[in-house]
Design a protein around this ligand. Structure first.
Ligand code: AMP
Length: 286
């Protein structure tokens, strides 16, 4: 499977496909692919004639002191996973190809991007919106695939597509987990054996909350307290945030009367992990 490194090569390939009337799907990633990414590629292949996976550690979505340099990279490993999942090619540009020396245009969304992860990572969503806009302009996909693992990112991208009239359909895909419940993530590779065991606390805390909600608990303060207690029972874990927000507006709620997103960010040692689930009031659960 071909790895394309320039914008020009991608444009030519997509022109050929779309000229032949083929439907093109895009799966944006930062590489170090795992089964979570593969599930997005599988879904894209089931709904499109051709699928491009972008594989780019986007420097502008990392703040000072974050893990840009340490972020795991392995393009040959990614080629195998993407190919096995059915992708047609990978777009793997370097930072200069994406951001020339005079780069100075950014996509800066207000509101939604200032909540949850945006409160702690102030430049993050500006970087995400900018790179995803560029990818949409380069690839001009019919459909693009994003994981519910990054629930706020998915909401932000949907909102951006609506605001800026991108002609792409956004498809959200469910979280893929390890057998013990830990959400698959490229950052799990940073964890020591002991931290890896401790990291199961995120899913345990969310499962406990879900059980309580299924049992009728609907006070946000009570549910948040339960999640915090569970996480704090693990000595290697430190809460960054626990938030229960309206699943559409991503604004805080105090009682659960409509669909909500229960989202957490937790440090396991120095590694920050996120997880979430959506509670649908009508269905009485997820
Ligand atoms: P990343 O490479 O971490 O930026 O992720 C690229 C895409 O894969 C994003 O849309 C993520 O939400 C999605 N993704 C990452 N991990 C998972 C997972 N465990 N399950 C489903 N989707 C995921």
């Amino acid at each position: 499977m071909k790895i394309l490194t320039t914008v020009q090569e991608v444009r030519e390939k997509v022109k050929e496909w779309q000229g032949a009337g083929l439907r093109v799907g895009l799966v944006p990633t930062m590489g170090y692919l795992h089964e979570g990414h593969a599930s997005l590629i599988n879904k894209a292949c089931s709904q499109n004639d051709r699928v491009i996976v972008s594989d780019f550690v986007n420097p502008i979505q990392f703040g000072p002191g974050e893990d840009l340099d340490a972020y795991p990279r392995d393009i040959e490993h990614d080629r195998k996973i993407a190919q096995d999942a059915g992708a047609d090619c990978i777009f793997h540009p370097n930072a200069d190809e994406m951001y020339g020396p005079n780069f100075s245009s950014f996509v800066d969304m207000t509101g939604l991007t200032e909540e949850l992860c945006g409160k702690r990572r102030p430049v993050h969503f500006r970087g995400v919106c900018t790179v995803v806009s560029k990818l949409f302009n380069i690839v001009t996909p019919d459909m693009a695939y994003f994981g519910e693992k990054d629930a706020q990112q998915l909401a932000v991208i949907r909102h951006m597509v609506q605001d800026l009239n991108f002609a792409v359909k956004i498809i959200g895909c469910p979280i893929i987990r390890e057998a013990d419940g830990l959400a698959k993530s490229s950052r799990n590779a940073y964890l020591t054996l002991e931290e890896r065991r401790a990291a199961t606390i995120l899913h345990a805390a969310l499962s406990g909350a879900e059980d309580a909600m299924r049992g009728g608990e609907c006070q946000v303060a009570v549910i948040t307290g339960m999640i915090r207690n569970t996480i704090e029972s693990q000595p290697l874990a430190r809460v960054d945030y626990i938030e229960i927000v309206d699943s559409k507006s991503v604004q805080s709620v105090s009682d659960i009367t409509a669909d909500v997103l229960i989202a957490i960010a937790v440090y396991i040692g120095k590694i920050r992990l996120i997880d979430n689930f959506t509670w649908k009031v009508q269905a009485g659960g997820i």
